[in-house]
Write a protein that binds this ligand. Structure first.
Ligand code: GLU
Length: 481
């Protein structure tokens, strides 16, 4: 019988959630949700120097924002806990001691200086630095003598005697010669496990069925498979996803734009857009659909469609996906996401018109960080007049048109709606012999300071009668005669 799917995302809390890690989390989550399995979050904080609680909080926060909820892990619990490696020290020690007792591991008392020297020598000779086996065959009395000196040993696993083969779900068969592995450390002298050891013990005890992670972990998988073998645990299936690279195929770096989920959040992308875009980095929909909701992604996700070649981060495509989500997501979602962007730019999101304005301007938006510029014309106060807008206002009988429009709007009371606005425009334009751009551009320029934007009638309706009149008059007055 097939075991129920259990996958995990295992971040080291050493900074913001990087886009590469976010994609790893997403693929694991999509796979779990698609398969009706369990998605586990495990915090790999054995690197006590670099790990911080603040980083853990930020990563959890970004995952929640992305909508990648976990079934077991910090804050949720579960029967395979604890889910922070720093809380599992006893478990790792117990496993290391088991390997020691079986003779599969040994204690090593070599000083850092000695190991450093060995490494340097290997490098200068052009060979792969590997432990020289000095403590591999210590007798019991030699070992006790070192203990009496007060030396604290590391625990090393004895190197493999056969080559190691990884059967990867994405990359196929990958072979590693046994010479690539020396006697590697599993427990440091201060009792902390090394990364590979902790991961294997945890993945085994947490019943992980599939390990989906980035390709740069393949050499770790070689070590890990050997550890499974030595510990007598059945290994999970492995799927190594290709790396995300920059457009020029170099490593993704700040130069290429955002590199973390937090930055994309700050730039005002919707979570649905980020997930959609990340899913396309290395995976493709069977019908080549590119705009996909979270539900559609869950339904369609399949590890078989994950590509083995690297995926290039494309900022333009991200913006395109983002624009789609801004236009097509429920208005309430967009409005809620838009509020902080409006507020921090000094535009009141509690204005009764706010959601209608957002609905109107979202048509042309790629990200919410551009929202304030679009909101400005709808609020009282200064807004920029584009040079081209200024030109339109200063020609084509604009002065007469704007003055006449202001008069006709002022003659009527009550709410100005788009139909009334358009009718007045037609009448006054007709009277002055203006039509097409010559009619619309000066009015748009007067009302918004621009020559492009959302539908003019709806814009006027949202501005309201008073603002429309005063902007027409102000523009008419400012035109040089
Ligand atoms: N803590 C590791 C990392 O952040 C996890 C690797 C793994 O998935 O095993 O790279």
């Amino acid at each position: 019988m097939r075991k129920p799917v259990r996958v995990r995302f295992a971040p080291s809390p050493t900074g913001h959630l990087h886009l590469g890690n976010a994609r790893t989390a997403l693929f694991n989550w999509l796979f779990a949700r698609h398969e009706g399995g369990t998605f586990i979050l495990r915090i790999e904080d054995t690197d006590t120097v670099r790990s911080t609680e603040e980083s853990e909080r930020m990563i959890l926060d970004d995952l929640k924002w992305l909508g990648l909820d976990w079934d077991e892990g910090p804050g949720v619990g579960g029967e395979f806990g604890p889910y922070r490696q720093s809380e599992r020290a006893g478990i790792y020690r117990e496993h290391a001691e088991r390997l020691l007792a079986q003779g599969k591991a040994f204690t090593c008392y070599c000083s850092d200086e000695r190991l450093d020297e060995n490494r340097k020598r290997a490098r200068s000779e052009g060979t792969v630095p590997q432990y020289d086996g000095a403590c591999r065959h210590l007798s019991e009395s030699e070992r006790l003598a070192r203990e009496r000196e007060g030396l604290k040993p590391t625990i090393r696993l004895r190197a493999p005697e056969a080559d190691i083969v990884v059967e990867d779900m994405i990359r196929g068969r990958v072979e590693f010669g046994k010479e690539m592995l020396g006697d590697f450390i599993i427990l440091r002298s201060d009792g902390r496990p090394t990364y590979n050891f902790a991961v294997v013990v945890d993945d085994a005890l947490m019943d992980i069925t599939h390990v989906i992670r980035a390709e740069d972990h393949l050499p770790n998988t070689m070590r890990q498979l050997f550890l499974y073998d030595q510990l007598g645990y059945e290994p999970p299936l492995f799927a190594h996803v290709s790396l995300i690279v920059a457009q020029d195929r170099s490593k993704l770096s700040k130069r290429g734009g955002a590199t973390s989920v937090y930055e994309l959040r700050r730039e005002g992308l919707l979570a649905g857009a980020v997930i959609n875009y990340l899913a396309l980095l290395g995976w493709s929909h069977p019908e080549a659909k590119e705009i996909l909701s979270q539900e559609e992604l869950v339904r369609a996700f399949d590890l078989k469609r994950v590509s083995a070649s690297s995926a290039a981060f494309d900022a333009d495509k991200l913006e395109w996906v983002s624009g789609h989500h801004l236009r097509e997501s429920p208005l309430s979602v967009v409005v809620a996401a838009a509020e902080p962007f409006a507020r921090s730019a000094g535009f009141d999101p509690d204005d009764v018109r706010f959601s209608a304005i957002v609905d109107l301007v979202r048509e042309g938006l790629g990200r919410l960080s551009d929202l304030p510029g679009e909101l400005a014309p709808f609020y009282d106060g200064e807004f920029d007049l584009e040079p081209e807008a200024e030109e339109w206002i200063s020609q084509h009988a604009s002065r007469e048109l704007l003055g006449a429009l202001a008069d006709s709007f002022a003659a009527v009371q009550g709410r100005l709606d788009a139909a009334e606005f358009k009718a007045a425009l037609k009448t006054q334009g007709g009277a002055l012999g203006l039509k097409g751009k010559g009619l619309f551009m000066p009015v748009r320029a007067a009302l918004t300071g621009r020559t492009h934007g959302p539908a003019l009638g709806s814009t006027a309706e949202l501005l309201g009668r008073e603002r429309v009149i005063s902007r027409c008059r102000a523009a008419a007055r400012d035109v040089e005669t």
